[in-house]
Design a protein around this ligand. Structure first.
Ligand SMILES: [Zn+2]
Length: 206
């Protein structure tokens, strides 16, 4: 059986989503992984007094990587991305990652929550019960900052019984106007949860 698996691997190995060479990490080869890793820049923004850390510029391979996970069902690419992020962030036991939740209908449509998938490969505890998305909001990309805020009002519900008493790290892919992060921070604050930080792959605006 092992022989057969090796043989199948040989003929049907997964090729790198970026360069088509043999992939070592899910759908990414070591060279492309190193290339993306070298692009970690690091930038911090404050929203409602909470630091949000961004790791890449939204361009080139990283943009392609995020879109592939989010829209093209390439869930295998969450592993190398998580590896890169976990190497760039100093997490410890006092942290708990809360991936920004999708509404269950959207999650069903996309088949998975990409932020949750990435979080699950980071080797840190992940909490998907603390916050639920109770409103199926419209896509944000065409909306103005004011419309985004209205669109997101009341979108999330916090379940304080699920709060572990640790520092909450909100994880999302991209941060454009910050409307989603602000809404989450404010809802957590209403529930007395203020020990928060945010992590995003990219800020798309300066
Ligand atoms: Zn490659």
């Amino acid at each position: 059986m092992q022989f057969l698996n090796n043989l199948l691997d040989y003929f049907f190995y997964k090729s790198c989503y970026f360069c088509r060479r043999k992939a070592e990490y899910g759908l990414m080869c070591n060279e492309c992984l190193e290339k993306i890793k070298s692009k970690v820049s690091g930038k911090t923004k404050y929203l409602e007094g909470i630091p949000i850390y961004g790791y890449f510029s939204y361009e080139g391979e990283i943009q392609k990587l995020i879109r592939a996970i989010k829209y093209h069902n390439k869930k295998e690419l969450a592993l190398p991305l998580a590896k890169i992020l976990a190497g760039a962030i100093k997490f410890n036991d006092e942290f708990e990652i809360v991936p920004v939740p999708l509404h269950e209908q959207r999650q069903k449509h996309r088949k998975y929550n990409h932020a949750e998938l990435i979080a699950s490969h980071m080797g840190v505890s992940v909490n998907t019960n603390l916050i639920k998305r109770i409103k199926n909001t419209r896509a944000q990309y065409k909306l103005s900052q004011k419309e985004r805020k209205e669109n997101l009002a009341g979108a999330f519900r916090v379940f304080p019984g699920e709060y572990p008493g640790k520092k909450i790290v909100l994880l999302d892919d991209i941060c454009t106007t910050g409307a989603t992060m602000r809404e989450l921070i404010s809802e957590l604050g209403k529930n007395g949860i203020n020990d928060i930080a945010g992590v995003v792959m990219c800020f798309t605006r300066d």
